[in-house]
Design a binder for this molecule. Structure first.
Ligand code: HSE
Length: 433
């Protein structure tokens, strides 16, 4: 007789509703592929009377998440409420009870991953999290399984659908706040969109990928993070005329010796690079393995259905664990590197785009370049676009490789020049070397 797995869903908002609808559509197909029937036995929600666009059987909705986890019939818990407080209790309680969990909660994993995976290990449960990074792109499964025979030397990721959507729309002429509003209407943005535009959501995701690829848990405070709110249409235009696109880019770089770079900041990337063409809400991840070389993954990075698709993938794995009576085949995270360390941003190097707003008078460029020279930073090109008149004009400098600490020191001195009128815009350049 075909076994039935009873699933308890905690949270039925945008993603949870998407999972329920997708299971209604493809549950039978999944059952025939997995050889196990999937049954949504309980769904915990905050407001059971709220109007929803999906149906569940009578008696399935509850307001008590504890009753879902404690129900002995529930085999598997799917946490989709988000946040790091109640969600943490939900996931820990389920894992301690020996029940495997599927979650889409990147913030929860970023801050508490180490503790949660340890709890899973202790009770013999598993914790799956495909939907926490890059929406529908199966990047967790790829790093964990397909690239098991590779050391990941480089990983570059466009990992926040909202920021990518905003930058794309700004390039098309929309202003920043109109683009944010549109992303919210489409259901891409976090309930607090500053998590997106300040880079934190994407930093949580690059931290999860770095941890998985390198075998030690990278904490959010170790990840140098910048958002996109200082990027203006002017920068998109100037970058374009220099042959670059601007993307919020996560970077994980491993040099032969020493700590790992894990960062999330906007970067100019060559317009003909494949990641430069990842637009709108799409995410793209380039993973370079020491055996396989460059591999690329692309798909919708946010939104109900894309994320629901990733949750279904994890449900599939968790259901197979239950079918075979073991979580040992596929540990969702294995801490295999006990000496892992993250390199402080000041010790990493980059090339830079610097946009200054300066008084249009002789000697300004000489003063700026003297400061750069003093900090051993070379200039590769200078652009002062025509058609900007008035008190101050834009001055764009493309700078050679320099340590971030040296650049920060130079910037401090440049800001103090009386001919520099507003806060300089500094964006790193990534050439994927
Ligand atoms: N706000 C997130 C994004 C949702 O835009 O990428 C998906 O994690």
């Amino acid at each position: 007789m075909t076994r039935t797995v009873n699933i308890g869903l905690v949270g039925a908002g945008t993603v949870g509703g998407g999972v329920l609808k997708a299971l209604r559509r493809n549950g039978a197909l999944m059952a025939s592929r997995l050889g196990v029937r999937l049954h949504i036995a309980q769904v915990a929600v905050r407001s059971p009377k709220k109007k929803r666009d999906f149906k569940v059987a009578k008696g399935v909705l509850t307001t008590n998440w504890k009753s879902v986890i404690n129900d002995p019939k529930i085999d598997l818990v799917v946490e989709l409420i988000g946040g790091t407080t109640i969600a943490k209790d939900v996931v820990l309680t389920a894992l301690k009870a020996g029940k495997s969990v599927v979650t889409a909660n990147k913030a929860l994993l970023a801050f508490h991953g180490e503790k949660l995976f340890a709890a899973a290990e202790k009770s013999g449960a598993n914790l799956y999290y495909e939907a926490s990074v890059a929406g529908g792109v199966p990047i967790i499964k790829v790093i964990r399984e397909a690239l098991v025979g590779n050391r990941v030397t480089h990983l570059y990721g466009i990992l926040n659908g909202t920021c990518n959507f905003i930058l794309t729309k700004m390039k098309e002429g929309l202003d920043f706040s109109a683009a944010v509003k549109l992303a919210q209407q489409q259901g891409y943005a976090e309930s607090d969109p500053s998590l997106d535009v300040d880079g934190h959501d994407a930093a949580h995701k690059v931290g999860i990928l770095a941890s998985l690829a390198h075998g030690f848990w990278v904490k959010p405070k170790e990840i140098y993070t910048e958002g996109i709110s200082h990027i203006t249409p002017l920068d998109l235009e100037f970058a374009g005329s220099l042959g670059y696109a601007i993307k919020l880019l996560g970077i994980v770089k491993k040099s032969k010796k020493g700590p790992l770079q894990v960062s999330m900041y906007p970067a100019l990337i060559p317009r003909d690079h494949v990641l430069a063409n990842v637009s709108d809400v799409y995410n793209g991840v380039l993973v370079r393995g020491d055996v396989v070389g460059d591999t690329l993954y692309y798909g919708q990075g946010a939104g109900r259905d894309a994320t629901a698709g990733a949750v279904l993938s994890d449900i599939g794995d968790a259901v197979l664990d239950l079918k075979h009576g073991s979580t040992d085949r596929l540990k969702a995270f294995t801490p295999h590197e006990s000496n892992g360390e993250v390199r402080p941003i000041g010790e990493t190097t980059a090339c830079y785009y610097m946009r200054l707003s300066v008084l249009d008078r002789p000697g300004v460029l000489a003063k700026v370049s003297a400061i750069l020279a003093k900090n051993k930073i070379g200039i590769s090109s200078v652009m002062q676009p025509e058609g900007h008149e008035g008190g101050s004009v834009p001055l764009i400098l493309m700078l050679h490789y320099a340590k971030n600490a040296a650049m920060a020191k130079a910037l401090k001195a440049i800001v103090k020049l009386s001919s520099v009128k507003t806060k300089p815009v500094l964006i790193r350049v990534e050439n994927f070397g």
